[in-house]
Design a protein around this ligand. Sequence first.
Ligand SMILES: Cc1cc2nc3c(=O)[nH]c(=O)nc-3n(C[C@H](O)[C@H](O)[C@H](O)COP(=O)(O)OP(=O)(O)OC[C@H]3O[C@@H](n4cnc5c(N)ncnc54)[C@H](O)[C@@H]3O)c2cc1C
Length: 392
Amino acid sequence: MNLDLTPEDIAFRDEVRAFLKDKLTPDLAAAGRLATSVFIEPEYSLPWQRILHRKGWVAPHWPKEYGGTGWDEMQRYIFASECARAGAPGLAPMGLGMVGPCIIGYGTPEQKAYYLPRLLAGEDYWCQGYSEPGSGSDLASLQLKAESDGDDYILNGTKIWTTHAHHANKMFCLVRTDPKTKPQLGITFLLLDMKSPGIKVDPIITLAGEHELNQVFFDNVRVPKSGRLGEENDGWSVAKYLLEFERGGGSSAGLEAVLGRLKTHLFTHGADAGLIRRFGDVSMKLEAIKITEQRVLAELTGGQPPGPAASMLKVQRTELMQAIDTLGIEALGEHAGVHQPDAWLPGANVPVIGPDALVTGMARYLNNRAGSIYGGSNEVQRNIMAKAVLGL
Ligand SMILES: Cc1cc2nc3c(=O)[nH]c(=O)nc-3n(C[C@H](O)[C@H](O)[C@H](O)COP(=O)(O)OP(=O)(O)OC[C@H]3O[C@@H](n4cnc5c(N)ncnc54)[C@H](O)[C@@H]3O)c2cc1C
């Protein structure tokens, strides 16, 4: 693959840079730079989403007919890199990144007409109701019961680890509609309203002291059947399709930005040879991942899911992310404690924004331990690759 920028690519990059310079306010840029996990508070991600939407740049990976940009893989890569470089806040992955492509793939014309414009405009904020206590890696064992009652399903049970459920007004969710058949065959995929009577959201506070996760309880919650994506009892196909977008979506551009700041720190404050050697090692790994991403991005053109490459990227990115975070706190040494807002930005006078603990290298380190668990653990991804790629 030719990674050199053509004159057209350079012109495009300059256009993106000019746009970012013009539209990315200092507050939004600080929110992006100081983020300590992949999930940015909607207070910052939604205003940025609306700015991108007005420009027509909010969903580069969607097919053009549904609101995508029609960019090629290099343009999408340039856009993601420039946004990360400038510190633009990441957009919530559950909407545009996950359920959007799924609605495009499986939705009825009515569902597409209703949900897709709202997704693009950031009118709905989505959460993902897959995991349950006891059903994570073994997702097909999920138990949240959905009984048919006229035009509705009635839901009883619980979901757990539901990121940003306390912010979301919509959930996409897997429910058990047939308890008697093989586990994978009795699951249905539903789109539901979080304001429905009978839904209760309880917080789970992480090791970093942050509130991202929740447990969601369903007590006789009525969900109209018009919210079903795909056929009844065929939700497993929809669920797997969505997971490929979850694992394969995103990019390492954010890691590049973090690594750039670490480089500044290492070379400004002095570091021993061991740390510099490890910095070289993670930098090379990042280059390898960037090239793989561009190949996978090329396959994603037209809104197609990435297949088993999604598992490979998920493992590579999250392991690299954790290696960079570990190196970061080792380099910071005694300064790596919590409440060190400028620790990752030596010399920068950045205001502390967002919830208290959101601005530290240590919080990043702690939060990103979850990277090898969410979206399906890395052990599970290795099982998928062993089956799908190696035929084991
Ligand atoms: C920060 C965070 C955010 C999350 N957000 C969401 C969300 O928004 N929505 C949602 O639905 N879920 C979410 N999850 C849940 C996530 O998808 C699950 O935690 C994950 O799938 C693992 O399931 P589990 O926690 O039940 O662990 P388990 O499945 O109990 O796994 C425990 C350990 O056993 C290993 N293991 C299990 N099975 C195998 C196997 N077959 N082969 C080898 N090793 C195996 C796992 O790798 C892991 O190390 C989130 C999780 C985290 C940590």
